[in-house]
Design a protein around this ligand. Structure first.
Ligand SMILES: C[S@@+](CC[C@H](N)C(=O)[O-])C[C@H]1O[C@@H](n2cnc3c(N)ncnc32)[C@H](O)[C@@H]1O
Length: 199
C-alpha cells in the first residue's frame, strides 16, 4: 500500500487499539528506558507507550495522517514524529537502544534490506524486536494482509537474524475476537562489533 492509501485508511477511523500489542509490552516492559526507533509507527501506540515509560522515541511512518493521530495524544510531545518512507530513512548508526518494527509489511526487496539497515542503528547490546503477520496466517489464522509476498516467516527473517544474537525467532499466536492469528516474532540483540562482521 502507498502512503496515500494508508492516509485514507487512517482518515476513516482509528485503526488500532491505543494499547500496545500484548507481546510487545511483555518483551519491552522490563527494559531500562533509553532511545528507541519505532519503524512504521502508524498511530504511535507503541511509541506513546514507550515514551510513557521514559523512553526517547523516534516514530517513523510515511502516513502523516496516522502520525497525526498519535501526535494528538497525551504525552506525544515526548516522541519525535518523522514522516518518511522507511525504505529511504536512516537513523544514526549504533545510536539506538531499541528498534521496534511492528506489523510493517513490504515485499522483498526492500523488506530485508530495510531490516538489516535497521539493525545497524542499534548500539552493541541494543534490542531488536520485529513482530508481524506470519506467512501461514492467511490459511491457518485470521485477519491481516492476505498476500503471502509481504508476510513474514522465520525463513525470510534469517538474513536479519544472522546479524543478531537471537533470543526468539518463531511463529507465535495472538488471540483476537475473530480467532487465533499467527504472527512471526524476531527478538534479539546486536552483538558487540560491527553489524555484518560475524559469520
Ligand atoms: C499495520 S500498520 C502498523 C502500525 C504500528 N506499527 C502498530 O503496530 O500499531 C503498518 C504501518 O506501516 C506503515 N508503512 C507501510 N509502508 C511504509 C513505508 N514504506 N514507509 C513508512 N511507513 C510505512 C503504514 O503507514 C502503517 O502505518
Amino acid at each position: 500500500m502507498r502512503a496515500e492509501d494508508w492516509d485514507a485508511r487512517y482518515a476513516e477511523r482509528q485503526q488500532w487499539s491505543a494499547d500496545p500489542n500484548a507481546l510487545v509490552a511483555e518483551l519491552l516492559r522490563d527494559l531500562p528506558p533509553g532511545t528507541a526507533v519505532d519503524l512504521a509507527a502508524g498511530e504511535g501506540r507503541h511509541a506513546l507507550w514507550l515514551a510513557g515509560r521514559g523512553w526517547r522515541v523516534t516514530a517513523v511512518d510515511f502516513s502523516a495522517t496516522g502520525l497525526a493521530r498519535g501526535q494528538a495524544q497525551p504525552g506525544a510531545d515526548r516522541v519525535t514524529w518523522v514522516t518518511a518512507d522507511v525504505t529511504a530513512w536512516d537513523a544514526a548508526p549504533a545510536s539506538a537502544d531499541l528498534v521496534l518494527v511492528a506489523y510493517l509489511h513490504l515485499p522483498d526487496p526492500p523488506m530485508t534490506d530495510v531490516l538489516r539497515r535497521a539493525v545497524g542503528w542499534l548500539r552493541p547490546g541494543g534490542r531488536f524486536l520485529l513482530l508481524g503477520h506470519d506467512v501461514d496466517n492467511p490459511t491457518a489464522g485470521v485477519g491481516g494482509p492476505q498476500d503471502p509476498a509481504i508476510l513474514h516467516s522465520t525463513d525470510r527473517l534469517a538474513p536479519v537474524a544472522e546479524l543478531l544474537d537471537v533470543d526468539r525467532l518463531e511463529q507465535v499466536t495472538r488471540g483476537t475476537p475473530a480467532g487465533t492469528a499467527l504472527d512471526t516474532l524476531l527478538w534479539g540483540r546486536r552483538p558487540a562489533g560491527p553489524v555484518g562482521g560475524r559469520r
